[in-house]
Write a new protein. Sequence first.
Length: 285
Amino acid sequence: MKPAAFDYHAPTTVDDAVACLAEVAPDGGRVLAGGQSLVPTMAFRLAQPPHLVDINAIAALDRIIEADGQLVIGALTRHAAFETPVTDGPLGRLMAEMVHHIGHAPIRARGTFTGSLAQADPASEWALLAVTLGATVTAHSIRGSREIAAAQLIEGAMTTTLDDDELLTQARLPLPAEGTRMGFAEFSRRSGDYALAMALVAYRVEDGKIIDPLIGIGGAEDRPRRIAEAETALDGQAPGAPAFEDAARAVARALDPMEDHATDAVYRRELAGTLTRRALERAVA
């Protein structure tokens, strides 16, 4: 099939883009960045936006920099940019590992980091990363700009707190403190498929004990989230199997998993616990 007819807009500055959105968003206008989610749904006419605002000509949005202790990721940064570490230390290495779980090479070449956050798919690797590490995003409109915590941006499956006329221009990830250990584990039935569950962990070790633990789960519920009960179970414990098993059990108890025709809640709950343990083990290495 082919998309329904639409008007095409190609602004070259953020100001032009938000001015255009102010006009066309009330009529169902949509932003086009990578297009890896929007364009297929248009091809099947599941989405029929009467206007597309293509931001690919806005050069200022194509950047990755470090500033004020954060990794700043512009709205045109493609997934493929992270296939080699974009920053020194554990965050760069972690992102280079995570990116290979995102679809296939053609998707990674076009899809964008912030587009993944705006899509709010429960199985988004970048959404899990952003929520777990406490990222913020910047949204622009003709009313000005505002900063939104990633955990507040994502309301549920494919639903965000962005207004229709707001343009997501960048994301900011805090750079981890020295000595931070990070690990990630994901399961999908085939390479490139959506994850049934995934776990991301980060912690430091001081005097042989775990401090500042972060444990996030994605893919299992309708949005990614940190699991406070599992972080409490891990805090102050010695790294190793007993503490990791306690955290895994805490994750399984805390979840309210999604179900579908192929995957029930019990399976996803147990899978998330197993992936938590694996992520914690990988963080030790």
